[in-house]
Design a protein around this ligand. Structure first.
Ligand SMILES: [Zn+2]
Length: 365
């Protein structure tokens, strides 16, 4: 049995308010605990989006009543709310800016709309950017011009990781995260192919899209550039994923740690290619770095216990997420979360959630 600090996921979507048939604060935080996460930061692209004092109150009140692990809530950057969200900074996890197409309505196409947010949002918190490829380069330029921290969400490509590496070498305040699905899946993927463009096509929809093997290799080769592992837990029901208009997103909270522990054990592509990830890296990227980047509080008497020898197959039927599927169905992994202790209390043990809704606390006071 190995003991790890409580994991922190800086990027989850809990779909409440607005789409709790996909997930809500109760099922989402249950999935978090089952996956070894004791703290999650929730994204603002709900319905309504969280982008002013009223909507932030809606989200925080819901979380207060239902969350089983600790949490923070992002506010979203809109075309004309820079003053409003800056005033809420001490209550929010951080500011999220959508600079590329994704799920929901928050999107800032015109770079002049970015300026007030970069000028006004307090510099002690990062601006988290969904920005791919060249818009990521623009976001990094904004970080340099405004001399403030920017955290790039879910990087997925070789060009992105190499540009971030170069920007860091120049001293620009940029950090980044990568999601397990961008480390373990490619497009085209075997699952995608097996389904012949049928149900598999919708199930593989995610933003950023799954990349090529060359991109995946570049991420693994540059793990030292990557500050955090984030799940981008983005649940949609199987019915929605298999529909004619499949929404992008994967659940990820319950598969991240076993996938990454398997890579620690044998390397991402089997022992032949060597190990590229250590347990220390994992602790760094899933606890120490997110805590530092987002100025998150300590969680006293909090840890997780993992049976690193437990080998098993991932099964959606055993998960707590409401969405009912996983892109990693049937994957053979090694490493199972046995116990989660959160602020002195056993919150999860051997497949059972042991704390009530409302046990989780807001990490911003
Ligand atoms: Zn996301």
């Amino acid at each position: 049995m190995i003991k790890l600090p409580g994991l922190i996921d800086p990027h989850v979507h809990f779909r409440e308010p607005g789409a709790s048939h996909k997930e809500d604060w109760d099922t989402g935080t249950s999935a978090a605990l089952a996956g070894g996460f004791t703290m999650v930061l929730a994204m603002p692209n709900t319905k309504p989006p969280i982008f002013d004092a009223e909507t932030l109150d809606i989200a925080l009140n819901t979380a207060k009543g239902k969350a089983r692990c600790d949490y923070g809530q992002y506010v979203g950057a809109g075309p004309d709310n820079a003053d409003k969200v800056a005033a809420l900074a001490d209550k929010a996890a951080a500011l999220k800016m959508y600079l590329d197409m994704t799920f929901g309505q928050l999107r800032l196409d015109d770079m002049t709309l970015w300026i007030p947010h970069f000028e006004k949002y307090p510099k002690e918190y990062p601006i988290v950017a969904h920005s791919e490829s060249r818009s990521m380069a623009a976001a990094i330029l904004f970080a340099a011009i405004h001399d403030r921290p920017v955290h790039i969400a879910h990087i997925s490509s070789k060009e992105e990781v190499l540009l971030i590496k170069a920007a860091k070498e120049k001293g620009i305040k940029v950090t980044c995260e990568v999601c397990p699905h961008h480390l373990f899946l490619t497009s085209p993927s075997p699952i995608f192919e097996e389904n012949g463009g049928g149900p598999g096509r919708g199930r593989m929809e995610v933003r950023p899209r799954l990349a090529t093997q060359k991109d995946v290799d570049a991420l693994w080769e540059n793990l030292d550039v990557i500050d955090c592992f984030a799940t981008d837990h983005a649940p949609h029901t199987l019915e929605e994923k298999d529909s004619d208009n499949p929404p992008p997103g994967f659940p990820g909270l319950e598969t991240a740690l076993p996938l990454l522990l398997t890579a620690v054990d044998a390397g991402p592509f089997g022992a032949a290619q060597g190990r590229r990830l250590t347990l220390d890296d994992l602790i760094q990227k899933m606890n120490i770095n997110p805590k530092k980047i987002f100025h998150l509080p300590d969680q006293p008497e909090t840890w997780i216990e993992v049976d690193e020898t437990a080998a098993y197959e991932i099964k959606a039927s055993e998960q707590f997420t409401r969405c009912g599927w996983t892109p990693f169905e049937g994957w053979k992994v090694k490493g199972r979360v046995r116990k989660v202790i959160l602020r002195g209390k056993t919150a999860f043990e051997d497949g059972k959630i042991l704390v009530e809704p409302g046990y989780g606390v807001n990490i911003r006071k």
